[in-house]
Design a protein around this ligand. Structure first.
Ligand SMILES: Cc1cc2nc3c(=O)[nH]c(=O)nc-3n(C[C@H](O)[C@H](O)[C@H](O)COP(=O)(O)OP(=O)(O)OC[C@H]3O[C@@H](n4cnc5c(N)ncnc54)[C@H](O)[C@@H]3O)c2cc1C
Length: 634
């Protein structure tokens, strides 16, 4: 193939959620970027339920927004329903979730990538990686050119070696009838990278006009405006609803009666399926004691009449799917517009990656998204953003960006992938994060926007608006600490209304707010600010006052652990030369090649005693190199 006459800084392969974010981030940072996609018509395609956010996933999206990512804006712009979830629980697990119009979401991304300065977008099928002397030089395509770049980001999702299964039918296909990507899968294997086979399923779609809505429980959007973007004004959306129904013993009997026709029992599928988003078959098999599972019927677009059947993914034959659907209350006459199916695909063993998403064996090659063994649009976009940033940094010869576990869910996600790997599709959960109270939705901007600004990913207007927001929160916190509230009949009656004891003497407004049952709105009513906090700023004020003690404790813990994160491990360290390490630890350390002592401590199977031995060894090593330097020796 001829070599294309323009050499790029960054090439991104794949125009899904990860690829679009990577391409936008790299080009916005000033890197000349090329985005190659199998089909421009599948840009940011949503082959599963078009919902964005929820606990942990919403945290990833909000953090992406703080770093200048696009997914939150796409979700806000296309939302049909939007809600803040977990409002009755602690602030750490509250998160927005939007049910998006999948066509509008795709259009948002397609327009963004096609109008982004410094970004060329072309339909091409990448067949091969161009690697020379352990370094990525570019990519080769099936019917076009060879393209050269300083860094390459692969974001090929579920397409590598993809096979679709519905009952006894098994065919070579990408999601929703897209072309699979078989040549590239072979090329990556021949580069010596370790792969796994994984699997995920999706649900049938139904025609909304064939549902008996009166038999279903409706769920509306929130009354208060909610947005995923840090800068969104929030919208209240009343035109669409989602509906709830439940599976029942009859549904489960139908599933059981058809299991012998499932692709798993027929031995077609080998890939590992998702533990946290299992098919209805897996639920019936693994939880035989459960008589019922909740099922949600959610709209997918303003431009069609289809609904997605959430929590009901299946790869049983179509006739069995129809019987199962008809057994659900409200779905007795439902018409299936698209059958559910399972898709199996190749993905990278993510321990091949560094904590900045570069393949350790191939300099300049970055991987992001479902290719790395994750599942979900949010996980994909978050990785794409980080990979795009790091590809741009690599192209200009700068140090890579590593996000710490203590500063972001994105850091937790990437550290888990690089350090522990995942034998099954990895989904972000709040329980994976040890610093939940300091990694909240409402403080994502404080944590990451300064970094987004330094990287050149936040424009002046966004930076000014977020600074104004921080100023409002800080001045209100300062005011609450000095304003005094005196007892009065009105105040005591309001306190009684929230189950709080009456005030008998004057106290600081912050002390009143510190009472767990007293909301900020009550305090502000009796001690009004001149420039009141708005929207989620109120949450930040409340959390700062009510949870300060717990936050301090978590911050001290982070400081202690930060010392281990700062101890760097030389890239070529010979673990076989360290005496007394257990063989298992030595093998795992040599396989993962952690970058810091902190990362070494998180490798499963490496004992705390071995981390201590390693730490003493690194100390001695750094003393020796200090002495050598002082004596002018290399
Ligand atoms: C059947 C199914 C069920 C799913 N279920 C869920 C779920 O329940 N919950 C959930 O959160 N997520 C689910 N997902 C996952 C969600 O769709 C993915 O996690 C998300 O799309 C991954 O984004 P990505 O950018 O990594 O890859 P994708 O969105 O798959 O995008 C990959 C891109 O790479 C391009 N590409 C591939 N090969 C080449 C090549 N050789 N040359 C050029 N371009 C190429 C493709 O055209 C595509 O644009 C499901 C996906 C599928 C297919």
């Amino acid at each position: 193939m001829p070599v294309y006459d323009k050499k790029y800084d960054v090439i991104v392969v794949g125009g899904g959620h990860a690829g679009c974010e990577a391409a936008l981030a790299a080009s916005r940072m000033g890197a000349s970027t090329l985005l190659l996609n199998l089909s421009l018509d599948n840009t940011a395609m949503m082959p599963c339920n078009p919902s964005i956010g929820g606990p942990a996933k919403g945290h990833l999206v909000r953090e992406g927004s703080a770093l200048g990512g696009e997914q939150a804006d796409a979700a806000d712009a296309s939302a049909m329903l939007i809600r803040m979830l977990n409002t009755s629980k602690g602030p750490a697990v509250r998160a927005p979730r939007a049910q998006c119009d999948l066509k509008e979401y795709e259009r948002h991304f397609r327009l963004k990538v096609q109008t982004q300065k410094g970004l060329d977008v072309r339909q091409e099928k990448v067949s091969d990686l161009w690697i020379e002397e352990g370094r990525a030089r570019g990519v080769r395509t099936l019917y076009g050119y060879d393209y050269e770049a300083s860094a390459v980001v692969l974001a090929t999702g579920t397409f590598l070696g993809a096979r679709v299964h519905i009952g006894p039918v098994s065919l070579s296909s990408g999601p929703l009838g897209q072309e699979p990507s078989n040549e590239l899968a072979a090329s990556l294997r021949s580069a010596g990278l370790a792969f796994r086979r994984m699997r995920t399923d999706t649900s049938p779609r139904l025609h909304v006009d064939t549902l008996d809505l009166a038999e279903l429980t409706a769920q509306e959007s929130d009354e208060a405006p909610v947005s995923l973007s840090l800068w969104g004004e929030g919208r209240v959306l009343r035109d669409y609803r989602c509906y709830m129904t439940r599976s029942n013993p009859r549904t489960h009997d139908i599933v059981r009666g058809n299991l012998d026709r499932s692709p798993l029992s027929m031995g077609w599928m080998r890939g590992e399926g998702p533990r946290y988003c299992p098919s209805i078959e897996a639920k019936v098999i693994n939880f035989p004691e459960k008589q019922s599972h909740p099922v949600f019927l959610e709209p997918v677009s303003r431009s069609n009449r289809e609904v997605y059947v959430q929590n009901f993914s299946t790869s049983l034959p179509l006739d069995a799917q129809a019987e199962m659907i008809h057994s659900l209350p409200g779905c007795g006459r439902a018409f299936i517009t698209r059958p559910g199916y399972a898709i199996e695909y190749d993905c990278l063993d993510s321990t091949e990656l560094s904590p900045w998403l570069e393949v350790k064996k191939v300099a300049g090659l970055f991987c992001a998204g479902q290719l790395n063994g994750t599942s979900g649009y949010e996980e994909a976009a978050a990785q794409g953003l980080l990979a795009g940033i790091n590809a741009a940094l690599r192209a200009r010869g700068d140090d890579p960006l590593v996000l710490r576990r203590s500063e972001s869910y994105i850091g937790v996600l990437v550290d888990d992938l690089a350090t522990k790997g995942s034998p099954e599709p990895y989904r972000m959960l709040t329980s994976r994060c040890e610093h939940r109270l300091i990694l909240r939705i409402d403080n994502a901007g404080r944590r990451l926007a300064p970094l987004g600004r330094r990287l050149g990913l936040l424009d002046d207007d966004r930076w000014r608006r977020i600074n104004e927001s921080w100023r409002r929160v800080d001045s209100e916190l300062e005011r609450l600490g000095r304003a005094r509230v005196a007892p009065s009949d009105g105040l005591n009656s309001d306190l009684a209304g929230v189950g709080s004891s009456p005030l008998t003497e004057t106290l600081f407004a912050s002390d009143l707010l510190r009472r767990p049952e007293v909301p900020y709105s009550l305090v502000a009513r009796h001690s009004p600010p001149s420039d009141p906090p708005r929207g989620e700023e109120v949450v930040s004020v409340e959390v700062e006052v009510k949870y300060r003690g717990y936050i301090d404790r978590q911050e001290r813990q982070v400081e202690r652990m930060a010392r281990m994160e700062d101890v760097r491990i030389p890239p070529g360290l010979d673990y076989s030369a360290i005496p007394s390490l257990l063989t298992e630890s030595r093998q795992k350390l040599a396989a993962v090649r952690p970058v810091t002592l902190g990362q070494a401590g998180r490798i499963s199977g490496v004992t705390p005693a071995d981390i201590h031995i390693l730490s003493v060894w690194l100390d001695a090593l750094s003393r020796r190199s200090g002495e050598n330097e002082a004596q002018g020796r290399p």
